[in-house]
Design a protein around this ligand. Structure first.
Ligand SMILES: [Zn+2]
Length: 107
Protein backbone atom coordinates (compact mmCIF):
# COMPACT_ATOMS: atom_id res chain seq x y z
CA UNK A 1 0.00 0.00 0.00
CA UNK A 2 1.24 3.43 -0.80
CA UNK A 3 1.51 5.61 2.26
CA UNK A 4 0.37 8.55 0.18
CA UNK A 5 -3.21 7.37 0.66
CA UNK A 6 -3.05 8.02 4.39
CA UNK A 7 -0.41 10.77 4.46
CA UNK A 8 -1.22 14.36 5.23
CA UNK A 9 1.33 17.01 4.31
CA UNK A 10 3.66 14.14 3.40
CA UNK A 11 3.56 12.83 6.97
CA UNK A 12 2.04 9.76 8.54
CA UNK A 13 1.19 8.78 12.07
CA UNK A 14 2.96 5.83 13.65
CA UNK A 15 2.53 4.14 17.01
CA UNK A 16 5.26 4.48 19.59
CA UNK A 17 5.81 2.71 22.84
CA UNK A 18 6.06 4.97 25.86
CA UNK A 19 8.22 3.60 28.60
CA UNK A 20 7.95 5.50 31.82
CA UNK A 21 9.21 4.20 35.06
CA UNK A 22 7.69 2.98 37.23
CA UNK A 23 4.34 2.78 35.48
CA UNK A 24 2.79 4.73 32.66
CA UNK A 25 -0.96 4.85 32.23
CA UNK A 26 -0.56 5.29 28.52
CA UNK A 27 1.96 2.85 27.09
CA UNK A 28 1.15 3.34 23.44
CA UNK A 29 1.34 6.76 21.88
CA UNK A 30 1.38 8.22 18.44
CA UNK A 31 3.92 10.37 16.68
CA UNK A 32 4.20 11.90 13.24
CA UNK A 33 7.00 11.05 10.79
CA UNK A 34 7.74 11.79 7.14
CA UNK A 35 6.51 9.34 4.52
CA UNK A 36 10.12 8.62 3.53
CA UNK A 37 10.92 7.46 7.05
CA UNK A 38 7.91 5.20 7.33
CA UNK A 39 7.88 1.70 6.01
CA UNK A 40 5.24 -0.61 4.77
CA UNK A 41 5.29 -4.35 4.80
CA UNK A 42 3.34 -6.68 2.58
CA UNK A 43 1.36 -8.13 5.45
CA UNK A 44 -2.04 -6.97 4.36
CA UNK A 45 -3.65 -6.49 1.01
CA UNK A 46 -4.87 -3.07 0.00
CA UNK A 47 -8.44 -3.85 1.02
CA UNK A 48 -7.57 -5.02 4.53
CA UNK A 49 -4.95 -2.33 5.11
CA UNK A 50 -7.91 0.07 5.15
CA UNK A 51 -8.98 -1.48 8.48
CA UNK A 52 -6.33 0.62 10.17
CA UNK A 53 -7.39 3.92 8.68
CA UNK A 54 -9.75 4.71 11.54
CA UNK A 55 -6.93 5.68 13.86
CA UNK A 56 -4.36 6.60 11.25
CA UNK A 57 -6.59 9.28 9.82
CA UNK A 58 -7.69 10.53 13.25
CA UNK A 59 -4.14 10.48 14.56
CA UNK A 60 -5.19 8.90 17.82
CA UNK A 61 -6.43 5.72 19.36
CA UNK A 62 -9.89 6.92 20.32
CA UNK A 63 -11.43 3.50 20.88
CA UNK A 64 -10.31 0.23 22.41
CA UNK A 65 -10.96 -1.26 18.97
CA UNK A 66 -8.19 0.96 17.53
CA UNK A 67 -5.70 -0.35 20.11
CA UNK A 68 -6.68 -3.96 19.38
CA UNK A 69 -6.28 -3.36 15.65
CA UNK A 70 -2.82 -1.86 16.20
CA UNK A 71 -1.77 -4.71 18.47
CA UNK A 72 -2.90 -7.17 15.82
CA UNK A 73 -0.98 -5.23 13.21
CA UNK A 74 2.14 -5.32 15.40
CA UNK A 75 1.83 -9.10 15.78
CA UNK A 76 1.45 -9.47 12.00
CA UNK A 77 4.43 -7.17 11.39
CA UNK A 78 6.66 -9.00 13.86
CA UNK A 79 5.61 -12.37 12.43
CA UNK A 80 6.56 -11.11 8.98
CA UNK A 81 9.92 -9.83 10.25
CA UNK A 82 10.69 -13.08 12.06
CA UNK A 83 9.83 -15.18 9.01
CA UNK A 84 12.09 -12.94 6.93
CA UNK A 85 14.95 -13.39 9.43
CA UNK A 86 14.43 -17.16 9.55
CA UNK A 87 14.56 -17.31 5.75
CA UNK A 88 17.72 -15.18 5.72
CA UNK A 89 19.30 -17.40 8.36
CA UNK A 90 18.44 -20.50 6.33
CA UNK A 91 20.09 -18.96 3.26
CA UNK A 92 23.21 -18.04 5.25
CA UNK A 93 23.37 -21.52 6.78
CA UNK A 94 23.08 -23.11 3.35
CA UNK A 95 25.77 -20.86 1.95
CA UNK A 96 28.01 -21.67 4.91
CA UNK A 97 27.50 -25.41 4.29
CA UNK A 98 28.35 -24.98 0.62
CA UNK A 99 31.58 -23.18 1.49
CA UNK A 100 32.50 -25.91 3.99
CA UNK A 101 31.83 -28.63 1.41
CA UNK A 102 33.73 -26.73 -1.27
CA UNK A 103 36.75 -26.36 0.98
CA UNK A 104 36.31 -29.94 2.21
CA UNK A 105 36.28 -28.83 5.77
CA UNK A 106 34.97 -31.41 8.18
CA UNK A 107 33.36 -30.16 11.36
ZN1 LIG B 1 -6.64 -8.98 2.57
Amino acid sequence: MSLDIIAESNKVIIPIFIEKYPVSKQFVGITEIGVGQASTFPGFCEKHELIFQSYEKNGEFSKEDDVIKQLYRNVAYNTFQLKKRIKLNECLTQRHREVIIKRRIII
